[in-house]
Design a binder for this molecule. Structure first.
Ligand code: SF4
Length: 306
């Protein structure tokens, strides 16, 4: 057996070390302080300014809304957005529970501390510095407010490369509470999926603060469908699924939902939803999970790549 010293002294092992050094060169070091700083800024930005795609969708809806009261509500929402942006104040009093999606390239190595702590710190600082309402309780039954809007709901994924992509999506609970998972039988098929989506939106009615964006996850397991539905809400509004049947379903469901008459703020009208986004995944032969995650008109999501 070679000693460590002997091993490093041999020509063979120098090659190994050289090879290893080359691999080390490929690693990208990211300081967790950068994660904290970006998440802090993103929490404030997401709560003060709605993304361009959402603003455009609201503007289009105002132009096409049939009901005068619906038009007026959409105009009020636009005015509210403009004030929040100008004054740097929250768009809504419900500044949400922070949901963070983080995609990490497998060549990234974090340094300077623990990544998860850094994410929580970013949210804590953002909600404190931005004077955003602290809406998180530490225990679902005892319900004591944590005072800093942490902990955060974090979803990690490991991808190729050396990038880090962060999406911060503060989620309001008026609409979160109206979301549902339906564990359908395979025989219920597409018709069953349609019924599940429409039933969920109908039951949500004005409680989900419409006009809403409807995220749908079809397939996977119980929890995978819910995660896909949540992720669907972060898609650019109106961007369609690349899967032809899912795209057709998005179009059909949006039209059906807008025929329900719930309207902006639930006061009636032709704009109940701005978009339906569907994500799909493989599933078990015995099941057809369908998760419907509803978001209100304050569909906050902001993405940065580091
Ligand atoms: S559901 Fe949305 S619009 Fe309604 S109170 Fe919560 S954040 Fe505000």
């Amino acid at each position: 057996m070679r000693s460590k010293k002997g091993c490093f002294d041999s020509p063979f092992c120098r090659f190994w070390v050289f090879t290893k050094r080359e691999k080390v060169m490929e690693i990208r070091y990211v300081d967790v302080a950068d994660i904290t700083k970006n998440i802090k800024e993103m929490c404030m930005e997401a709560n003060f300014v709605l993304s361009e795609d959402m603003k455009k969708a609201l503007e289009n809806a105002k132009n096409t809304e049939h009901s005068p009261i619906g038009k007026k509500v959409l105009g009020d929402l636009e005015e509210n957005l403009a004030i929040a942006d100008k004054e740097r104040i929250p768009i809504c009093q419900d500044t949400g529970m922070a949901v963070v999606f983080i995609e990490i390239g497998q060549r990234v190595h974090f340094q300077g501390g623990n990544l998860e702590d850094a994410i929580h710190a970013g949210v804590r600082q953002g909600y404190q510095e931005g004077y955003l309402r602290k809406s998180v309780v530490s225990d679902p039954i005892e319900r004591k407010n944590t005072g800093d809007n942490t902990p955060v709901v974090i979803h990690y994924s490991i991808v190729d490369g050396d990038g880090v992509k962060i999406t911060v999506a503060p989620k309001g609970f008026g609409s979160e509470n109206m979301s549902k998972i339906h564990m359908l039988k395979p025989a219920q098929g597409l018709e069953g999926v349609k019924e599940a989506i429409i039933k969920t939106v109908k039951e949500a009615g004005p409680n989900a603060c419409p006009p809403m964006v409807v995220g749908v996850g079809i397939g996977g397991t119980f929890e995978k469908s819910a995660l896909m539905a949540k992720q669907a809400l972060t898609r650019e509004v109106g961007e369609h699924s690349p899967i032809p049947w899912a795209k057709d379903l998005e179009v059909e469901m949006l039209s059906e939902i807008n025929r329900l008459g719930i309207g902006p703020a639930g006061l009636g009208g032709s704009t109940t939803a701005l978009a339906v986004h569907i994500n799909t995944y493989a599933t078990h032969i015995a099941g057809l999970p369908v998760a419907v995650n509803i978001c209100c008109h304050v569909n906050r999501h902001i993405t940065r790549s580091l």
